[in-house]
Design a protein around this ligand. Structure first.
Ligand code: CAA
Length: 285
């Protein structure tokens, strides 16, 4: 199916990044936030990153303005009735996602493909909230979405071939490298990355090293583009803890469980880059 109009629901860091990719690829995009102010904040964020591309000679000013012009905003789910593909990027909790998908099932046309950006929840359980689970897929982007090439296209238990391939083709169209995965806990990358990052955080205490030294170690000794503490700060400590808990619940593997140090940081409001403080301090919030 040809995707002429895409909807993105939830315009936080991930949703705004996904919407940015869509408009950069020339796709008419409707974004939804719960208030007009949050929608405008996301538009500003997208505008800012596109302006940086112009300043660095990676994008023409005209193309930037055209891309920004392709983004429209709403607070209403009814406005998604004419979208061919809707990508959900709201809070990473099962019940709110299921409620949203039940609502999308009522408002979107029958041929629409409904995608979730969940990183650790079951796409099948989200799809089960609709009367058309065969048209529900996972499209799992990585943070920061505009920069990370991968998108995992997740086939849930009842996903049909056509919507799955539509999502895969759309991933390619917006410049990503899609891979085909199944609805297993953590799909492919988080199944590996989450326990690995948890190991890194446990090593901090076991080896009594500083976050700076651990990060330098993994960057310079293992070729990681950024150290594990910087990465967990980027992902969001709340998001990482939540994903770890979800994977632990499903697999019962001890390495999946969030390290107590991260849980304590989350409880103290040290969420990483977005809160201004995690392993490191940030002044850009
Ligand atoms: N959105 C849009 N554009 C952005 C951006 C964002 N969030 N962040 C940065 N940019 C733009 C900026 O304009 C920036 O240029 P300026 O600083 O000149 O304005 C430009 O991208 C390049 O940024 P950097 O110089 O920081 O780029 P870099 O070469 O240092 O690479 C990186 C950055 C790609 C993030 C690299 O460090 C990297 O690959 N890190 C690892 C990230 C990773 O592993 N992510 C996966 C997390 S796990 C996950 O997401 C799964 C999950 O489910 C939780």
């Amino acid at each position: 199916m040809e995707v002429r109009k895409v909807g993105v629901i939830g315009l936080g860091a991930m949703g705004a990044g996904i919407a940015q990719l869509c408009v950069e690829a020339g796709v008419d995009t409707l974004g939804r936030e719960v208030t007009p102010e949050l929608g405008e904040k996301a538009r500003d964020r997208i505008g800012h990153f596109l302006t940086r591309k112009v300043e660095k000679g990676q994008l023409e000013q005209g193309a930037r303005d055209e891309a920004v012009g392709l983004l429209s905003l709403t607070t209403e789910l009814d406005d998604f009735a004419d979208c061919d593909l809707v990508i959900e990027a709201i809070v990473e909790e099962l019940e709110p996602k299921r409620e949203l998908f039940a609502e999308l099932d009522r408002t979107c046309r029958p041929e629409a493909v409904l995608a979730t950006n969940t990183s650790a929840l079951s796409v099948t359980e989200i799809a089960a909230a609709t009367t058309r689970p065969e048209r529900v897929v996972g499209m799992h982007f990585f943070n920061p979405a505009p920069l990370m090439p991968l998108v995992e296209i997740v086939r849930a238990e009842l996903t049909a071939d056509e919507p799955f391939e539509t999502a895969f083709a759309f991933g390619e169209r917006i410049g990503k490298t899609p891979i085909r995965c199944n609805d297993t806990p953590g799909f492919v990358v988080n199944r590996v990355l989450i326990p690995l990052l948890n190991d890194c955080i446990r090593v901090l205490d076991e080896a009594r090293v500083t976050p700076e030294d651990l990060d330098l170690g993994m960057k310079n000794g293992a070729g990681w583009p950024m150290g594990p503490c910087t990465l967990v700060d980027l992902v969001g400590i709340d998001v990482h803890v939540h994903a770890s808990e979800a994977l632990y619940e499903k697999t019962r593997e001890p390495r999946m469980a969030p390290p107590p140090r991260l849980v304590a940081m989350r409880n103290a409001g040290l969420l990483g880059r977005k809160s201004g403080r995690g392993f490191y301090r940030y002044d850009n919030v």
